[in-house]
Design a protein around this ligand. Structure first.
Ligand code: 5GP
Ligand code: MG
Length: 177
């Protein structure tokens, strides 16, 4: 295997700041904004986005988490049982514009499933999509509204996203086998 570092810790901080700035440009005072992170590292990044926005706005943006393993439309193809982490949406979906956050966007299936899960709770005013890394190879017509970085990958590459919350460091690298 060959692992090449693509994004450093410093750059990840800069990217998160830039993503938050884009949200503020689009949403101004963000009155009816809420954030939902996809477990696990998408939820970690969602918390970082919230922290930046909360500080800028001087109030708290509602934050939820979605464990998508349950909803993955191809989960029956996986050999492992879907993991059940917590799914928390502690705000009223119908009153909010939602920013859905994930670490990596690949085929788009997870986002499709996430949308289905969100819609089970109600009809949001709008849903926008943010990902730290867009690695391409979409199978569905799903595109991010906010992208940290686009990375050209082979189908068989693996993008390793490390976050300090669980991996003790921030880093993105690509492993090619
Ligand atoms: P998709 O459903 O778009 O194919 O894949 C996106 C979901 O799977 C995201 O939740 C993402 O975290 C995970 N994922 C897909 N490909 C990769 C990858 O190369 N690296 C990492 N870290 N996660 C991936
Ligand atoms: Mg993920």
């Amino acid at each position: 295997d060959k692992a090449s570092m693509i994004i450093s810790a410093e750059e990840i901080s800069r990217l998160m700041e830039a993503l938050a700035a884009q949200v503020l440009t689009r949403h101004g005072e963000c009155e009816d904004l809420a954030i939902i992170g996809i477990q696990r590292r998408g939820a970690d990044l969602a918390e970082r986005l919230k922290a930046i926005l909360d500080e800028r706005l001087g109030r708290r943006i509602p934050l939820g988490k979605l464990d998508i393993n349950l909803y993955r439309d191809d989960w029956s193809d996986l050999t492992v049982q879907p993991l059940i982490n917590c799914t928390e949406i502690p705000f009223e979906i119908t009153k909010h514009k939602i920013i859905l956050v994930d670490d990596v966007l690949f085929t788009g299936r997870t986002v499709r499933a996430a949308l289905e899960a969100i819609l089970d709770y109600g009809r949001p005013k709008r849903v926008e999509l943010m990902c730290l890394v867009d690695r391409g190879h979409r199978e569905l017509p799903i595109q991010p509204d906010y992208i940290g970085m686009k990375i050209e990958t082979e189908l068989t590459d693996h993008v390793n996203v490390l976050v300090r919350e669980r991996d003790d460091e921030d880093k993105v690298c690509v492993t090619r086998t």
